[in-house]
Write a protein that binds this ligand. Structure first.
Ligand SMILES: Nc1nc2c(ncn2[C@@H]2O[C@H](COP(=O)(O)OP(=O)(O)O)[C@@H](O)[C@H]2O)c(=O)[nH]1
Ligand SMILES: [Mg+2]
Length: 236
């Protein structure tokens, strides 16, 4: 097992005042390191980060001026990680949709691959708190993406996943311009294309209890356009 001291959790935030403190404490309790990328949240999320005793020790913050999207935040986080001493990083939402129980499962697999994806669509995985419509939408969007991209992965849009430094060097994440679900799809697509070892572990996605989702129709549209683009690229 990789020592938690060598692992960096990367979490973008926008208006997560109701979740951030408990999330920070839950991560630090496990002796993990945490990088928050906050997009100038008007609710003061960044101020809570800076108040922590572990600020600039095991907890770090990149503050950006305004909301620039999840993908853009992760690209900045990945560059920070590549320049750091840590060996692995994990993408994780701060709204507790990604559970700490599942995090432990991902961490236990780190040494077996370049990338570990927390997957809702393999045996043992699923989602809680979503209505039937949203469940079906996500599931079929994934099946559709998988066949369009000729991918072996079952959850291309999952935002709960880990990388080692080799993976992030090979993926060329800085050439990706999508920001929502499309960003996760493109990262996974590039990882497969680069021939990385990718594992999937089952997770249960739990709908957030506090605060609001930032995903919207524009982000869904962006993902659909990306699928078209990658489909055409693949045919060439
Ligand atoms: N820095 C930053 N974080 C974001 C942005 N959009 C979403 N997030 C964060 O990304 C995570 C996932 O977003 P969320 O709205 O919960 O998406 P959902 O779970 O698909 O409904 C949360 O921790 C958000 O605070 C953004 O534009 N910038
Ligand atoms: Mg969420």
């Amino acid at each position: 097992m990789i020592d938690n001291n060598n692992i960096l959790i990367i979490s973008p935030t926008y208006n997560e005042i109701q979740n951030i403190e408990l999330f920070i404490n839950s991560v630090l309790e496990l002796n993990l390191n945490l990088l928050i990328i906050d997009d100038g949240s008007p609710d003061g999320t960044a101020q809570i980060v800076k108040k922590s005793k572990k600020y600039n020790k095991k907890l770090f913050l990149i503050e950006r001026s305004h909301k620039m999207g999840l993908g853009s935040a992760y690209r900045e986080g990945f560059s920070w990680f590549l320049n750091s001493e840590y060996s692995h990083c994990v993408e994780m939402d701060v709204d507790f949709s990604h559970t700490f129980e599942d995090l432990k499962k991902i961490l236990s697999k780190l040494s077996f691959g370049d990338m570990v994806i927390g997957s809702r669509y393999i045996k043992g995985g699923g989602s809680k708190g979503w209505d039937r419509r949203r469940k079906a939408l996500s599931k079929y969007a994934n099946l559709f993406s998988r066949s369009i991209l000729n991918s072996d992965l079952n959850d291309l849009t999952s935002g709960f996943r880990s990388f080692n430094k080799h993976a992030l060097t090979e993926i060329e994440f800085n050439s990706i311009t999508t920001n929502g679900y499309g960003f996760q799809i493109e990262m996974a697509f590039n990882a497969e294309k680069a021939g990385l070892t990718i594992l999937e572990v089952p997770i249960t996605f739990e709908e957030r209890r506090l605060g609001q989702s930032k995903m919207n129709l524009q982000i869904t549209f962006e993902a659909v356009m990306l699928l078209f683009k990658l489909f055409i690229k693949r045919k060439k």
